[in-house]
Design a binder for this molecule. Structure first.
Ligand SMILES: [Zn+2]
Length: 246
């Protein structure tokens, strides 16, 4: 039966055609699904990247001047350790633009040592001089601490505020003015002992190493503290005492 045969072949051919079409459609669907998955992945990737960028940018601006969040955290973190030992006398200056600007000290990378340059004056006199600048407007000057001739230590400015002592270093340092009996600028025994004690406390408080205790001279080249610029070996000895590397 040729007719039946040809009909059968025709059916088979149609079936094959249908099967091929089906395969083609399935392949197309598969490709379409893959494209959707790729698109979703791309969108996810872009979203994650954008989020990361935003978080980084926000954190960056948080540590800047405008960021209050980062600052609060710092204060919380150091708030407890900032408690002043009883061998330091607090006699804070009133906030004024000549000696206590009230500018927040955001970081402490160094402690800067100075000499008062006025032989025989006491810690209290130097502290009062800073306070009087708010009236005399003579100049801008102050330090966080003044170490006196009898080893007394007066704190003039809180540790979370700028002092006006070390020019460009004001923004990242704590300043100590040290009294001295004569023109040489050499510290006497009591004064030196108290300075070492104060430096040890600050070094531990801020986790500083030897490079973190510097002279005014190291910042600006000014001959301050005079004796310890002219006698660098004595400066090194002082640092040895602070870091106990004898
Ligand atoms: Zn100085």
């Amino acid at each position: 039966m040729p007719d039946f045969e040809s009909q059968l072949r025709e059916f088979e051919a149609r079936d094959e055609l249908r099967a091929r079409r089906e395969l083609l459609i399935q392949a197309r669907r598969k490709r379409h699904r893959q494209q959707i998955v790729l698109a979703v992945l791309a969108v996810l990737f872009i979203a994650v990247t954008l989020t990361l960028v935003l978080v980084t940018v926000r954190r960056g601006s948080g540590s800047g001047a405008g960021g209050t969040k980062g600052k609060d955290k710092d204060e919380d973190a150091t708030g407890e350790t900032l408690e002043t030992p009883d061998w330091i006398t607090e006699d804070l200056l009133t906030v004024n633009e000549y000696s206590r600007p009230g500018t927040p000290l955001e970081e402490v990378r160094a402690v800067v040592v100075h000499y008062v340059g006025n032989p025989g004056t006491t810690a209290q006199q130097n502290r009062n001089y800073f306070q009087n600048l708010s009236l005399t407007h003579e100049t801008s000057a102050s330090s966080h601490f003044v170490v006196g001739l009898e080893g007394e230590i007066i704190q003039c400015v809180p540790l979370d505020e700028w002092s006006y002592c070390s020019s460009s270093a004001n923004a990242w340092s704590v300043a100590i003015e040290v009294c001295h009996p004569d023109e040489t600028g050499k510290f006497n025994r009591e004064t030196r002992d108290s300075l070492v004690k104060l430096l040890r406390w600050l070094v531990e408080l801020y986790g500083l190493d030897r490079d973190g205790v510097i002279r005014h001279y190291d910042v600006t080249g000014k001959i301050c503290p005079k004796y310890y610029v002219e006698n660098p070996d004595q400066w090194e000895k002082l640092l040895d005492d602070v870091f106990e590397e004898n």
